[in-house]
Design a protein around this ligand. Sequence first.
Ligand code: FE2
Ligand code: FE2
Length: 167
Amino acid sequence: MNETSNDTGREPGSEPGSEPGPANFHWRDEYLLGYPPMDNMHREFVIVVEALMSCEQASMGAGLRAVASHLDEHFGEENRWMNEMDFPARGCHIDEHAAVRKSVDEVLALVDAGDLSQVIPLAQALVNWFPGHADYLDSALSAWISKQRTGGKPVVLRRNLDLAREA
Ligand SMILES: [Fe+2]
Ligand SMILES: [Fe+2]
């Protein structure tokens, strides 16, 4: 990755009003949702899609297969968390994963037939799709997982706790 800096202290491409696009799709901390295994998966999503956006024609097939394999793991894990933790209304989230994965399969079939024309449009569609999906569906799942893991109680970190008084 070619990192550059600017005077604003913001990451390149993160200026207000700038949308992620082919030249500036990169990890942004605003994508963090608070459940580290999910956040790590999302970092990997950004890496494989960014790589696909910038790869040469000769490596587009391999790049798309890397995206497909990432999505199998990414969606597989999220679907498993939803099922295991009895996440309410998980149907639409699982359906959206399936629809995205199906689109990737359709473009993979074209690539296998020698047609690369839909690879970059698909990569751009993934760039456009990810922030909304993360904001609305993945963030709700992350909050649900945190609630399950803490027994529904908020985690409160207290500083200067006087343990002697409680003894
Ligand atoms: Fe996700
Ligand atoms: Fe998801």
